[in-house]
Design a protein around this ligand. Structure first.
Ligand SMILES: [Zn+2]
Ligand SMILES: [Zn+2]
Length: 392
């Protein structure tokens, strides 16, 4: 490591610490005001204002998404994107800790101004809304937001320190059954039961489950199951997510899943309407060269990083879509003990705890130090890119 790189790494670390109280306050404010996907007005506003106040030029509402933003410092390439997520979950609030993702991204970006001033290049914070359900990054990739980007980083809070994680491709399916109402006791023979059609569909999917690859996940909820127990439900609706490691396998699974609903429609006489979502999540392609740099930086500030992600539950993220077009890492920093599960009220508390604040600052430091590695060496950036293009 050259002296200049070493010195800058120490300086960006200090620059994160100087911002400490403001970053923790930002994280707390977002945490205490949970907003669902595409409704993150307060969060995107606070983050954009913070960056503007720190010398970034900010553009709001990019890619046709009102709560997305781009904040830029520097004019030249290479351009490093730090991704901020800030959406919450219904009822659970920040049970996925996206307040920490947001605050660590802006903290790292402001600290990285020093790096841009020394080495050139640009730091771009992309505010990426609605990760949990709608996949704002899918739109942003589609709209070309990442075309100018050389490298992307985002750090997610979790229960373990891991630098390269696998995630599953994920597609969504909304279904509705249309039947015919009738008195459930007096004239049941006159009715067509839309709820039974859904129950049959769930059972058919449970049978299908035995005969798919083990990484496949199919899960859904009934969002409408009728209005009253004495009325044959004439309408029912459900939402499903279907996931697999391999995009081609997932594509082939679509027909088999749909057949479960079609079969139930035939059996009950309820008419099926369905809609495949238009924001498919791609699997994560972690850039291992970049992940290794991040690992060293995270370890240098005192975190022990696990070498494998085995035993880690496989979810999906729209950062997967980013990773298909730009060298990307999506590491995790531990902010709670492994017994605590993501998407629970317990994890939401962890996301505003002392350990959560420490995770935020460590994530910001390790990202800013990785920015030093990338902007400080053309060879390093070349290696990252070579890996990306080599692996197709
Ligand atoms: Zn989540
Ligand atoms: Zn999340």
């Amino acid at each position: 490591m050259s002296l200049q790189v070493k010195k800058l790494k120490a300086e960006v670390t200090k620059a994160v610490d100087w911002q400490g109280q403001s970053l923790i306050q930002l994280s707390r404010d977002i945490h205490d005001n949970p907003e669902l996907g595409f409704q993150e007005e307060k969060a995107s506003n606070w983050l954009a204002s913070y960056l503007k106040g720190n010398g970034f030029s900010v553009e709001r509402g990019i890619a046709g998404l009102p709560t997305a933003f781009r904040a830029v410092y520097g004019q030249e390439s290479p351009r490093i994107a730090l991704l901020a997520e800030y959406d919450a979950l219904p009822k659970i609030g920040h049970g996925c800790g996206h307040n920490i993702i947001a605050a660590s991204a802006v903290g790292a970006a402001v600290a990285s101004k020093l790096v841009v001033d020394n080495f050139g290049g640009s730091i771009i914070v992309l505010g990426t809304p609605a990760e949990e359900v709608f996949g704002g990054k899918v739109d942003m990739v589609r709209e070309g937001v990442f075309q100018e980007i050389d490298v992307a980083m985002i750090v997610h809070p979790d229960t373990r320190n891991i630098v390269a994680r696998e995630t599953l491709a994920c597609i969504s399916l909304d279904v509705e059954f249309w039947g015919k109402s009738a008195h459930a006791a007096a004239q049941p023979h006159q009715g067509i039961n839309a709820l039974e059609a859904l129950i049959l569909s769930f059972n058919a999917i449970n049978s299908l489950r035995q005969h798919v690859k083990e990484d496949v996940r199919i899960h859904g909820i009934i969002s409408n199951g009728g209005e009253a127990p004495n009325v044959v439900p004439d309408y029912s609706a459900a939402k499903f997510l279907i996931r697999a490691r391999d995009v081609a396998y997932l594509e082939g699974l679509k027909e088999r899943v749909l057949n479960c609903f079609l079969g139930a429609s035939l059996a009950t006489g309820a008419r099926l309407e369905y809609n495949w979502g238009n924001r498919d999540y791609a699997p994560m392609k972690s850039n291992l060269t970049l992940a290794e740099l991040f690992r060293r930086n995270l370890e240098s500030i005192g975190r022990r990083v696990e070498t494998s992600d085995s035993g880690f539950g496989l979810g999906s993220t729209d950062a997967g879509n980013v990773s298909q077009v730009v060298p990307t890492i999506h590491p995790s920093v531990a902010i709670a003990s492994p017994q605590i599960l993501l998407h629970t009220p317990e994890f939401a508390s962890a996301a505003a705890s002392e350990e959560g604040h420490k995770g935020l600052l460590d994530a910001a430091k390790a990202m800013a130090m990785t920015v030093v590695d990338i902007l400080g060496s053309r060879e390093t950036l070349d290696e990252i890119k070579q890996e990306f293009y080599r692996d197709g």
